[in-house]
Design a protein around this ligand. Structure first.
Ligand SMILES: [Zn+2]
Length: 498
């Protein structure tokens, strides 16, 4: 038995400054995908292992991954779509296909790009070959996606730590279809609501409660319940919270459970709030008052993991004059990196830091310091999310003043992961205050942070203040942007599935 494995992933933030071109994707084809994902916490690594564990043949086809950003350039998407088509076409006959997508990718003109990828795969493999699709928990699941796939599942965790397990679970479903023991019936129920990314934690809070109920309802007949609270910076039609239930040929139960869980999500929508949202000076005061070290301040509004540029210097301005706390702030700033390289290690530099890529929210901040280190290269993430994945922040420079250390990088850095700081020679656990640009994925990587971390109340394209975003394409009314009475729950979607 031969099962194809492919993955194309990008998360689109419609409000971000940078678009995403082909050069932003790391693309691997064929057997080289094994090296690309080997040892990583990824769907493809889990899928390959699960296929081979039952003695079947995994056929790696394509792995394409880009950091979240603004919309994918349409030509880049078309190229990737053709590549998927060609790789599928040139593979010898496949018995099944496992496709790992993000589920919230859009181009400037295609608002449901992931559905197009599933449809492309369907055209090549035909109606009889089962296609299993895995999605990020932040996916905007649509009718088109569900219609084109046979089985579909998503991460169960936020912060995401179960990518590998998601790939394994999906393969289990596809193998059950091939064995004839699973006749999947999928029901997608959606509710017209978005919630802040900071409020989607699956270990504590409202989504955790729904997830526990979903787990309790899962059994031999109810084979998969995936919750898709959707990342909230995606301005596309059909935007909303999705509940996807898969049963073994039991449409009545699929409908009943999906409707009940979606109704419950709608009823508790006001509970999805951001834990501690503080202005920058108040966040620094909270760090002073706390004994947790490092005290982590999350600038989620400017998180590259949510598509933002990562170049806000707002904390540089505040911490440059801080007399007591040692601190580290990462800023994406290719111009200052270039100047630091030119000055060389040991040189004193005066830099205008930040606000060079996304110029809408802040002004550059003048900073004087000494170039402590410069470097470049690829490294592997070591935290709980995307563990083992090779990434790059381009060239980087570490600039030190008396109490504040800046990590300047050419490209967005994965600052939720301590490996990023360590690669630059900074010990993130040896400072009083650490700024990360992350909504939630830093939490498992900094042991003190779950009880103490604060989120900055600052503007940016990934702001938790969703009412500040100007949606044009999303279906309205949309909670919390528009007023609703509780009859708003009638906007749910009907049964689908092949
Ligand atoms: Zn996600």
């Amino acid at each position: 038995m031969r099962i194809g494995v492919a993955s194309i992933m990008q998360e689109t933030n419609s409000f971000a400054a940078r678009s995403c071109g082909l050069k932003d994707f790391t693309v691997t084809t064929g057997d080289a995908c094994r090296d690309r994902v080997g040892g990583t916490n990824s769907e493809m690594a889990g899928a390959i292992a699960a296929i081979e564990a039952v003695g079947a043949t995994a056929v790696p086809l394509l792995h394409a991954w880009a950091l979240p950003s603004g919309p994918v350039e349409d030509e880049a998407f078309s190229w990737l779509q053709s590549l998927l088509q060609n790789e599928l076409g040139s593979a010898r006959t496949l018995d099944g296909l496992v496709l790992s997508l993000h589920g919230a990718m859009a181009t400037s003109v295609r608002f449901d790009a992931d559905a197009e990828l599933i449809e492309t795969a369907r055209l090549v493999v035909g109606e009889e070959t089962p296609i299993g699709v895995s999605l990020d928990l932040h996916a905007n699941v649509t009718d088109r996606m569900v219609r084109a796939a046979d089985v579909m599942t998503g991460y169960h965790t936020d912060p995401h730590v179960d990518m590998r397990y998601t790939g394994e679970r999906l393969v289990g479903h596809v193998l059950s279809v091939l064995d004839g023991v699973l006749q999947p019936v999928l029901t997608l129920e959606k509710r017209p609501m978005i919630v802040p990314a900071e409020s989607m934690n699956t270990t504590t809070g409202p989504l955790a409660a729904i997830r526990r109920k979903a787990d309790a309802l899962s059994n031999d007949t109810v084979v998969d319940i995936s919750l898709f609270p959707v990342q909230p910076w995606l301005d596309v039609p059909e935007l909303g919270f999705g509940v996807l239930v898969t049963t073994n040929n039991d449409p009545r139960n699929a409908n009943r459970i999906a409707t009940a869980l979606a109704n419950e999500v709608w009823e508790i929508r006001r509970e999805f709030t951001v834990p501690r949202l503080l202005e920058p000076p108040d966040a620094v005061a909270a760090a002073r008052a706390s004994s947790t070290r490092p005290f982590v301040i999350a600038e989620s509004a400017d998180a590259p993991s949510a598509g933002a540029a990562g170049d806000s210097p707002v904390m540089v301005a505040i911490l440059a004059d801080e007399a007591n706390l040692t601190s580290v702030v990462p800023v994406v700033d290719p111009t200052s990196v270039e100047r630091s390289f030119a000055a060389g290690v040991g040189a004193s530099v005066t830099l205008d830091v930040g606000a060079g890529i996304d110029t809408r929210w802040h002004h550059p901040v003048r900073f004087e310091g000494v170039v402590a280190k410069v470097g470049e290269g690829r490294y592997r993430l070591a935290g709980a999310s995307f563990t083992g994945m090779e990434v790059t922040m381009g060239r980087f420079a570490v600039i030190e003043s008396s109490r504040l250390t800046l990590l300047l990088s050419e490209r967005p850095a994965w600052t939720s992961d301590p490996a990023t700081f360590r690669f630059a020679g900074i010990d993130p656990f040896d400072v009083d205050l650490l700024v990360v640009r992350s909504c939630s994925d830093f939490l498992p990587n900094y042991p003190g942070s779950p009880k103490d971390a604060v989120t900055l109340d600052v503007p940016g394209p990934a702001t938790p203040r969703l009412e500040r975003l100007e949606f044009e394409r999303a279906d309205r009314p949309l909670w919390p942007l528009d007023p609703f009475d509780d009859s708003g729950i009638s906007v749910g979607r009907a049964l689908h599935g092949r």
